[in-house]
Design a protein around this ligand. Structure first.
Ligand SMILES: [Mg+2]
Length: 277
């Protein structure tokens, strides 16, 4: 049985008869574009911190190293990226600041960059769907229509995730809850939310659907036997193109399927729930 090709969808392993009952969704880069460009704030800030230290790398080698550090930790709480930065400072012979201090500085720079987006949404000047990946809202609605319980999980500080989900008018879809980074960061992880989803709902790992653009959520979902959709979103350019670099990393993390966004929702739903779903 061959099904027609589905533009933009790359299937590495089909879900083969799974019955999804719960879904874990990442927020930034998967649904929301409010923080689009955060990497272009974080990476230069880290370059600046490491410049002048004894790393023996060219500018572009240092950039690649940092980009890899940032990427493999994407999806975890921001503080972990800052802990890695502090480790690099130490490795290169410097004396690091507290990771929390780095995180505050990063957040200050990021908020300066995205304040106008949050204001535009808050004032109603910007339609919420223009700050979301193509097809994200219909995708959330389709999952709810099919009876899935939805959980939103993010590495961004929880009060901001809750606020930005409200600004995008999508908070109501997440009947399983909205989870984000805590000051006491050891008390939260996506892996812990996954475990709680399985036990609270008395479901098995294969019934779990994960959708995200970060390394971490893909790993966490696959670890329990769930099905992971990697969203290789090109947040800056959009338009249904997959970001090749992100795609490769998501496949490395174990993604079962790759999509650039949810524009081809019909095709995605057919893969996940079968034809005519
Ligand atoms: Mg993300």
């Amino acid at each position: 049985m061959s099904s027609p090709p589905k533009p933009g969808i790359e299937i590495l392993r089909p879900p083969a008869g799974r019955q999804f009952t719960c879904a874990l969704l990442d927020f930034d880069g998967t649904i929301s574009l409010i923080r689009q460009g955060w990497q272009d704030v974080m990476i230069p800030m880290m370059m600046k911190v490491l410049s002048g230290l004894d790393h023996g790398l060219s500018e572009s080698q240092l950039h690649d190293l940092i980009r890899e550090d940032v990427t493999v930790l994407t999806g975890r709480q921001t503080i972990y990226q800052m802990i890695r930065l502090a480790e690099r400072v130490r490795q290169f012979g410097g004396t690091p600041a507290e990771p929390l201090e780095y995180k505050r500085e990063y957040h200050r720079r990021l908020m300066a960059r995205i304040a106008h987006r949050r204001q535009g949404l808050a004032r109603g000047e910007c339609p919420p769907d223009t700050m979301m990946l193509a097809g994200a809202r219909p995708m959330l609605e389709a999952l709810r229509t099919r009876g899935l319980k939805l959980y939103l999980t993010s590495g961004t500080d929880e009060p901001y995730v809750v606020e930005e989900a409200r600004l995008l008018q999508i908070a109501q879809y997440f009947d399983g809850g909205i989870y984000g980074a805590r000051d006491d960061y050891k008390t939260y992880s996506k892996a812990a939310v996954v475990r709680r989803m399985l036990s609270d709902n008395r479901i098995a790992g294969p019934d779990l659907l994960g959708i995200g653009d970060g390394f971490v959520e893909i790993v966490n979902v696959r670890e329990v036997g769930g099905y992971a959709v990697g969203v290789a979103s090109d947040e800056a350019r959009g338009g249904g193109r997959a970001d090749a670099w992100k795609r490769d990393r998501l496949i490395q993390a174990g993604a079962d399927m790759i999509v650039p966004d949810f524009a081809n929702l019909e095709g995605i739903l057919e893969v996940l729930f079968g034809p005519g779903s």
